[in-house]
Ligand binder design. Structure first.
Ligand SMILES: NC(=O)c1ccc[n+]([C@@H]2O[C@H](COP(=O)([O-])OP(=O)(O)OC[C@H]3O[C@@H](n4cnc5c(N)ncnc54)[C@H](OP(=O)(O)O)[C@@H]3O)[C@@H](O)[C@H]2O)c1
Length: 286
């Protein structure tokens, strides 16, 4: 088994390293500019030493994961002296392996593996990782090694080109980050009847879980419910009027998302073109 080292002991590096070690991979070293983060990483693994410098780590590890913020990966790759045959990998979703070019020029094998998962908390991320999709950009033999990692962690993999990666990452940002934004906007509306965003979020969570369950078991477009799926023009009109009076800043997004929902209802087959046209009229931007 290869000796694996991590440069960057943030949530991704730490959760990835713990998951790998639980599946038989040998994580032997960590370095982070924040010594406390590196020590906390090492405490959670058996036989993992904290390296004072990134070069010390690179000298001893056969597989090096650079799990720093994206903007720093290229600098780290370019500053170090690497050895032939060593593997250098990053976990960025948006960046291609081009940023590892200085390491590749020194004879290393490069690749990237992005877990399509969110790492707000290390322990929650470890729990979430099985079943996740891992986006891999690499050529053989690194491609096979990264596919093996994805499968060992209980996940699936998708192979992407450098050009695909940024659009792939935009998709992940919409599905994950903007999902939170939409929930926040929905929960904020409860302030109008004196319920805090926190209380509203708790109240909406079962609905959100139900929606995710439907997405998973019923799938698009049939999982879509609600007034647009029913072609309920009167309800949509009331939503628009209420938002215009009581939460006007939310109205443009409500309308824009409503517009994007009409084709889903059409695909589900529960509205026809005439109703879709009336909905479009109600939801057109001011
Ligand atoms: N967060 C996510 O949900 C997520 C999901 C998938 C993939 N990713 C990718 O995973 C990578 C890491 O993300 P993250 O969220 O764990 O990042 P993070 O929270 O910023 O953690 C990165 C760690 O690297 C340290 N660091 C900064 N510069 C360094 C250097 N020159 N040498 C060594 N360590 C350095 C940071 O220390 P300081 O804090 O002191 O700067 C921090 O401890 C990124 O490429 C990101 O795009 C993130």
């Amino acid at each position: 088994m290869h000796r694996i080292g991590f440069i960057g002991a943030g949530p991704v590096g730490t959760a990835f390293a713990i998951s790998l070690s639980r599946h038989g991979y040998e994580v032997t070293a960590v370095h982070d500019v924040n010594r406390d983060a590196a020590e906390s990483f090492a405490r959670r693994l058996t036989g993992c030493r904290v390296c004072g410098t990134a070069q010390d780590l690179a000298d001893g590890a056969e597989f090096v994961f650079i799990t720093t913020p994206d903007d720093i990966i290229a600098r780290v790759a370019g500053q170090l002296t690497w050895h032939t045959g060593q593997a250098v990998i990053h976990c960025s979703g948006a960046c291609s392996t081009d940023i590892l070019e200085p390491a590749r020029k020194q004879g290393t094998i490069v690749g990237s593996i992005h877990p399509c998962q969110t790492f707000a908390s290390i322990d929650q991320a470890i729990e979430n990782l099985p079943g996740s999709t891992f986006a891999i950009q690499a050529e053989e033999p690194m491609l096979g090694a990264l596919k093996d990692i994805a499968v060992a962690l209980g996940g699936n993999w998708v192979q992407l080109t450098a050009e695909d990666k940024i659009l792939y990452h935009a998709s992940a940002a919409i599905a994950c980050n903007y999902f939170h934004t939409i929930v926040k906007l929905a929960a904020d509306l409860w302030q109008d009847f004196d319920k805090s965003t926190g209380e509203a979020t708790q109240a909406l969570l079962p609905l959100l879980r139900g929606s995710l369950n439907n997405l998973s078991t019923v799938g698009l477009p049939h999982c879509l419910t609600g007034p647009i799926a029913r072609g309920d023009l009167g309800t949509i009109r009331k939503h628009v009027d209420a938002l215009a009076r009581r939460a006007p800043s939310t109205l443009p997004l409500y309308k824009a998302l409503g517009m994007e929902t009409i084709p889903i209802a059409l695909a589900k087959g529960t509205i026809d073109q005439a109703v879709a046209d009336e909905l479009r009229e109600l939801l057109k931007p001011d």
